[in-house]
Design a protein around this ligand. Structure first.
Ligand code: ARG
Ligand code: ZN
Ligand code: CA
Length: 508
């Protein structure tokens, strides 16, 4: 929407500034960064008064896209799949205003202006019918309003004036689904504009359609991992797409968030782009890293929160993994113990007890004991159990996919089912990797949690135990082994085959 030349000039200026300050070297330190966000809704009709749900959907999209957790990232062409990276940059609605009072992070202004031209100073001014920016040192300002000429959105760079710093998004391109209009209905205009706000240029380098400039001018060119590209790409394309600057396969990276394709066809940022955004976060925007704008001002005594899931994220290559979550003490009292209940969605859960010292405001990464998962797409859930006055932040889920698993099972402390999926009604085998024998209840539950069979038996280390599936319907089941030493579960899928052949009489 904005002249290429202007973007380019600003980028180079900011780029030089960051490089000169020498913050580059530390910019890839992978600490998660959470940016507090304030949303200014400027409305002239009910439709423009975007709902809280729609706002939350936009925050969700940002967190998925910046974590490379977005569904469309699964469609990145094979040539670039290794470039898909979690930026470790996250977004949260503000919970306190600049004065330190409670806030929802959303400001709603009823305005007489039915449509704003881009860069209209009125957008940023409560006197002129808009809404004043909150300090850019502590918040990312996002204005949502109707923009003239159906412009989707635009961004102001770190170097622009303080009262206009942030991004502006057309209400029709804001949020996922809801009132957002196709093909700009997956919230990616905001992802793209925040890319600009963190000093990313367009994927084609904003160089007036020639092939001379990459989108990483000057020194950062050394880590340029985006192909040269002539100009913007629109709509959705089929791989590979070639142009005069990248004339052979894999061609141009039209599915990058910084191109102009439709929302549903935008897929990822490259490590080079992430490096650049993190350089900005560690440079000119570094005050945001210590902002408390997203933290509730009125501290409860006890409030443990799950901040984020660091593993599994997006894709796992193993059938057994060690989940990692980040736990934050939002309360005013020191936390010395809590437990985390975790497991696959609708499955039986494992528990982990944490003890230690977590000071008010501090966070810690917790690596949980190995858990077995199955091939394919699934969701892992985590819940904190402890003495806690605020329960809304105690749960988190992570969708991920197990691709080309390199291990068939986990070693130690886990229960496996094989073959999985199973097609024979003669049954499936389970094996416990535990080191101790125990007299156990071996129970099978269906996906609704109803008990379908149960047996009392001795479970010895490494024994293959057959489970009969006669009279079972096709579907998802859980097997639980429970004795007084340990309790473990595994999920399996039963897809009845046409010719039920040899069952697992011999489970080895
Ligand atoms: N034209 C705008 C810009 O250059 C936004 C483009 C966003 N594209 C989209 N598919 N949402 O900043
Ligand atoms: Zn742009
Ligand atoms: Ca809590």
């Amino acid at each position: 929407m904005t002249a290429d030349a202007l973007y380019r000039k600003n980028f180079e200026q900011e780029n030089n500034r960051s490089l000169l300050s020498g913050i580059n070297a530390t910019s890839m330190v992978d600490t998660p960064i959470t940016i507090p966000v304030v949303i200014h809704i400027l409305y002239n009709s009910d439709e423009q008064n975007v709902s809280d749900e729609e706002i939350q959907s936009q925050i969700d999209v940002l967190n998925e896209d910046f974590a490379a957790n977005n569904a469309s990232s699964l469609d990145v062409p094979l040539d670039w799949i290794n470039l898909i990276t979690d930026s470790k940059i996250r977004f949260k609605l503000a919970q306190r205003d600049p004065a330190g009072n409670n806030s929802s992070g959303v400001i709603r202004v009823s305005s007489a202006i039915s449509e704003y031209p881009i860069f209209d100073p009125a957008i940023y001014s409560s006197l002129l019918g808009g809404s004043d920016a909150w300090p850019r040192s502590k918040y990312l300002n996002i204005w949502v309003c109707r923009l003239e000429g159906n412009a989707l959105g635009y961004a102001n760079f770190p170097g622009s004036s303080a009262n206009q710093d942030g991004v502006v998004i057309n209400y029709k391109a804001f949020g996922r689904n809801g009132i957002a209009k196709a093909p700009y209905n997956f919230g990616r205009t905001c992802t793209h504009e925040i890319g600009h706000w963190l000093i990313l240029s367009h994927i084609w380098g904003d160089d007036n359609n020639d092939c001379s400039a990459s989108d990483f001018p000057i020194t950062l060119q050394a880590i340029d991992d985006t192909p040269n590209q002539e100009g913007p790409t629109f709509r959705c394309q089929r791989f590979p797409e070639l142009d005069n600057c990248s004339a052979t396969s894999p061609g141009i990276m039209y599915m990058n968030f910084m191109d102009y394709t439709d929302d549903k066809c935008m897929m990822f940022f490259t490590p080079g782009q992430i490096f650049r955004m993190r350089t900005t976060m560690n440079g000119i925007r570094d005050s945001l890293k210590i902002s408390n704008g997203h933290v509730l001002p009125n501290l409860y005594n006890s409030d443990i929160a799950i901040d984020s899931v660091l593993n599994p994220v997006r894709i796992a290559a193993k059938l057994c993994l060690d989940p990692v979550v980040r736990i934050q003490n939002n309360g005013s009292a020191t936390v010395s113990a809590f437990s985390i209940l975790y497991g696959l969605q609708a499955g039986l859960q494992k528990t982990f007890q944490w003890t230690g010292t977590l000071l008010p405001g501090a966070s810690t990464q917790v690596t949980l004991p190995t858990i077995g998962v199955n091939a394919g797409s699934q969701v892992m859930e985590f819940r904190i159990i402890g003495s806690d006055d605020v329960l809304v932040n105690n749960y988190i889920s992570a969708g991920f996919k197990v691709n080309n698993a390199s291990t068939s099972n986990c070693s130690g402390g886990n229960l496996f089912a094989y073959p999985n999926p199973v097609t024979s009604q003669q049954g499936i085998c389970i094996k416990s990797q535990n080191k101790q024998s125990q007299l156990s209840w071996v129970r099978v539950y269906n996906a609704l949690g109803q008990l379908t069979s149960e047996k009392r038996m001795m479970v010895n280390p490494g024994d293959g135990i057959p489970i009969d599936l006669t009279d079972f319907r096709g579907g998802v089941y859980f097997i639980n082994v429970e004795g007084d030493l340990y309790s473990e579960s595994v999920r399996f899928i039963y897809i009845p085959g046409e010719n039920p052949t040899a069952g697992p009489e011999n489970c080895n």
